[in-house]
Design a protein around this ligand. Structure first.
Ligand code: HEC
Length: 118
């Protein structure tokens, strides 16, 4: 009875498509890593305060009206023909969307107390 086995899977897939607008919350440790990466790596082009540099400002004010899906696509795929590189090697797609959502809300500061332990 393949049909009955497949049905729950199809439902799960449909549910995940319906929820695709909102990024899954990364673990606290991964969130700290992502914040650090954006502050440091993205900051090297977008400014240490994300107020712009080689790349445009990524502050909440600057991103008003830009949908998180657009921002996450830019983060994940880059913008061909510009210095904006793709981050698909460093990030899951959900993480790119999470970053996009954080940027749109005003990006968090790097938490000083949770430096990654290695
Ligand atoms: C090597 C420099 C560089 C780095 C590093 C970089 N960017 Fe960019 N980014 C740019 C440039 C330049 C643009 C503008 C491209 C254009 O001309 O449209 C841009 C555009 C963007 C945009 C679109 C902004 C808008 O208003 O449409 C977003 C979002 C963005 N970058 C996010 C990021 C994030 C997040 C990171 C780190 C994960 C990052 N960038 C790292 C150079 C960079």
């Amino acid at each position: 009875m393949v049909k009955t086995a497949v049905l729950p899977l199809v439902c799960a897939l449909l549910a995940s498509v319906a929820q695709a607008q909102t990024a899954p919350q990364p673990s606290a440790q991964r969130a700290a890593e992502l914040v650090r990466m954006v502050r440091q790596d993205c900051g090297s082009c977008h400014g240490m305060r994300l107020t712009g540099g080689l790349g445009p400002a990524l502050t909440r004010e600057a991103l008003v009206g830009k949908p998180p899906n657009y921002l996450s696509a830019v983060i994940f795929h880059g913008i061909a023909g510009t210095p904006m590189p793709p981050w698909s090697a460093m990030l899951q797609e959900g993480e790119a969307l999470w970053i996009a959502e954080q940027l749109a809300q005003g990006f968090p500061e790097e938490p000083l107390t949770t430096a990654p332990q290695r």
